[in-house]
Design a protein around this ligand. Structure first.
Ligand code: NI
Ligand code: MN
Length: 232
């Protein structure tokens, strides 16, 4: 049977998810991303989920929202910040969930920061989050940028996760060993690494993640930018 959900990896932490009801873009950092396989001007979507304000996630969100009319879903302060720039937005708070036309989105805890760089330095804009996305009966967990945290065990214990999208790049987020430990807590059917090898500071061998998660029986699919997977 043909799958109803397609997950297209556009590079770094950017994914384009197509369901029968919507096109959902996550963390659109395309302009200035050396690994991006799509141009911000070409992407079509109905919703844009943004995990935090850092440029390698918030990136093209406002421009794409203004061009397509897509709604940005983000934590409160970041949503209002995007709204002040002309984007269509829906603010949420960490732990909160909401049913949208395509499915449910719940904001999850991410241990990280969320800031924009200005002339005087970095200014915090909202809390960093991840997303638990329920579409067409499938559960996708997008961790955002985060450290390994026991909060992941709660997520793994409560609802079977079909796909976990996890940062492995180290330096700013979990590295591959911690990400493998995250997999043990989350117990997803499939994991995909993200947020690595885009820049010098996050050079990592994804095979370490594959090996360490594999030791505990968990399956990892390493996608190159441009690759797609279908949720069966
Ligand atoms: Ni970040
Ligand atoms: Mn980042």
């Amino acid at each position: 049977m043909a799958s109803s959900i397609s997950v297209h990896y556009l590079g770094h932490s950017c994914f384009h998810i197509t369901t029968p009801r919507a096109k959902i873009l996550i963390d659109p950092f395309l302009t200035g991303n050396p690994k991006a396989v799509a141009k911000a001007e070409d992407v079509q979507c109905d919703f844009i989920l943004v995990s935090h304000a850092h440029a390698d996630h918030f990136g093209d969100a406002v421009a794409i929202s203004k061009r397509t009319g897509a709604m940005i879903i983000a934590s409160y302060e970041l949503a209002l910040f995007a709204g002040s720039q002309g984007a269509k937005v829906h603010p949420m708070g960490c732990g909160g969930g909401k049913d949208f036309s395509f499915g449910r989105v719940q904001l999850t805890i991410a241990h990280h920061t969320s800031s924009v760089d200005g002339p005087g330095g970095s200014v915090m804009v909202g809390a960093p989050v991840g997303f638990l996305i329920t579409v067409e009966g499938k559960v996708i967990y997008f961790a955002g940028d985060t450290a390994l945290t026991m909060d992941m065990q709660l997520l793994g214990d409560r609802k079977p996760i079909d796909l976990a999208l996890l940062p492995i790049g180290d330096n700013f987020t979990m590295g591959p060993e911690d990400a493998a430990e995250a997999v043990r807590l989350l117990k997803p059917k499939l994991s995909v690494p993200m947020h690595y090898n885009t820049f010098e500071m996050i050079q990592v061998d994804p095979e370490i993640f594959v090996r360490e998660a594999g030791k505990h029986g968990y399956k990892v699919n390493v996608l190159s930018p441009g690759n797609r997977l279908s949720l069966p």
